[in-house]
Structure formats: structure tokens, C-alpha cells
Design a protein around this ligand. Sequence first.
Ligand SMILES: O=C(O)CCC(=O)C(=O)O
Ligand SMILES: [Fe+2]
Length: 345
Amino acid sequence: MNTLSKAYEVGTTFSHNIIPLDFESIDGVPESHLWSQSDESHQKIQTNNPRDSLIPVIDLSDPCAIDLIGQACKTWGMFQVINHGVPLELVKKVEFEARRLFSLTTHEKRKVLRSPTGATGYGLPRISPFFAKCMWHEGFTIMGSCVDDAKVLWPHDYQRFCDTMDDYQNQMKLLAHKLLLLSLQTLDVTQEEINWATSTHGSNGALQLNSYPSCPNPSRTLGLAPHTDSLLLTILNQYGITGLEIFVEGLGWSPVCPIEGAFVVNVGDLLHIFSNAKFPVVYHRAVVNQSKHRISVAYFYGPPIESTLAPLSNYQDPCFRSLLVKEYIRLKATHNDKALSLIRI
Ligand SMILES: O=C(O)CCC(=O)C(=O)O
Ligand SMILES: [Fe+2]
């Protein structure tokens, strides 16, 4: 539990659609999970070469990294990062533990089901109530310590899971600070504002383990519906299996191809607001595939929930009104993709 989970608990107002499918026992895609071909969220596009990703890959050890990050944030709101300093061994351990969790029986996993008003545990994506169809997805959300849930899942062997997730969250927080600092230095920002965004005191993170079992009808299903991430910055590992797509104006849905050892980094709503819309926020979704069970792990980094979020003061004409971080989280939980427009000036 951390303070972020409190904001999410208060913000949750929907109570249906929280239980993932029993993937063990089904042999086809139920009607509830079949998206119509004409559904905009579900449309496919052909890129020239599906292996080419549009978004840049940035080597953090490159002396020009700061400019490249600034450029990527301003153009795409997203980039991939290599040579980031996170130990590969830990990254692999996280995948191993995530797969260990999702390979438990449905009965076991449902013992740690996220409650209808809860923030953490096993469940469907938080955005599920905003869509008529269900997603081909199961997830496990961690905010702070996951020891209570892990003890339920593995009464005699929970420590390994918890230690791995704790180590990973610590590494992710360090990396998020580093990347935020670099990206903000390319904007007209005060030291006080940098301190707010990268303060270690009271800052919050959440870890989202996503599982997309192989699917008999991937062309009619969706792993994760289109959305933007709510907090400042997201650091995602796709673990080598393609599935993440971004929406590009005039082009449509375009894949973000996994690169060995790289993380995908994207701007979230809070950074979009904080940057006074200098950094766009990127719509993304996850598609599923027929043969592989895809796992992804997302770390969402945010500022203290009681702090005030306002567009950078050095820019005239703020695009958004200021508000408490926890107010924005609530607004997002109740209005989803309309939340940004509700605070636009
Ligand atoms: O699985 C993916 O590639 C995307 C995950 C994601 O967007 C999220 O967890 O917010
Ligand atoms: Fe996301």
C-alpha cells in the first residue's frame, strides 16, 4: 500500500467488469470479448513495414541523450531507451515472477482479486468499464509492498516475489527520476518545479503486470483498449513480444517493436499538463496474438498525491487549470479520456 493506492481507491466508482476470464477453461472467444470490426478502438492499419517503429531509440550513454529525449518527448511523447543501467538479471527475474503468478490456477489468482473499490491485486484493466466489450487481459497491480497478496498466493514462498518486485520498483523509480530530469531540462522550468517532479519524498509509483494469453481470434479481440497513462511517466517492458501500438494522427495504429534490453518510455497525462502541453500524451493500446502468451510490465511514476499540479510557470497562457494530483486521478477514474478536456482552459 502507498498513498497512490488511496487516491485510486477513492477514485474508483465502477464495480462491474472486474474479473478476468477463466482462460484455463475456455476454448473460444466469448461474445463479451468479440470487438466489432467497425469499432474505432479496434481498427487495424497497415504500416509500410510493420517491423519499423516510428518512435526513436535513445542510448542513455550518448552525450546527446538530453537533446534526443527532449526532441522525442516534444514530437512523440514516447521513446525507447537502451543502456539505462537497470540490471538485465533483475529485468529477467521480474518476467519470471510475473509468469509464475499468471500461471497459477484461476481459482488461486481470484483469491487476490482487486476489490470493486480497490487499487491493487488481480483484475481487469481499470479502464474496462468505459468500453462495451471486455479485453483479452488479466493484470496484477502493485502499489508499494505486495506482501499481503503474495502471502495468499504462496503462503510458504512469497518472499522471492516480493523482493523481486521491490527491487524492480526501486530501480524504476531511479530511472524515472533520471529521465524526468533530462526531459524537463529541455523545457523552460524552474528549480522548484524540477524538485516537485523528481522529489523522492512522497513520490509514488505503481507496477502493473499485464498478461495477454494467446488468443484463438486475435483479429476480433483487444488486449488493452486505447488509453493514455495518467501519471507523469511510464516505463514499460514488452519482454520481446510485439503488441504495443500507438495512435499516430493521419496514419492510424502503428506498432512499437520490442528491442532487446530496451524500455518504452511514455509521457503520461500529468507530464502533459505540467509541460503545458509541450509534451504530447500518446494514445496507445495492446493487441494480442494467436500463439504466444505475452507479458508486459509497466511502471507508472507520479508525484505526491496531495501536491498541486500546475503547468510550468515560465510559460504564459497555461493550457490547463491547476489542481491537486489526487483530484486529477479521481477525474481520470470517472471520466477516462475526457479528463484532460475537463481541466483545459
Ligand atoms: O502491454 C502493453 O504493451 C501496454 C501496457 C500499457 O499500456 C499499460 O499497462 O498501461
Ligand atoms: Fe498504458
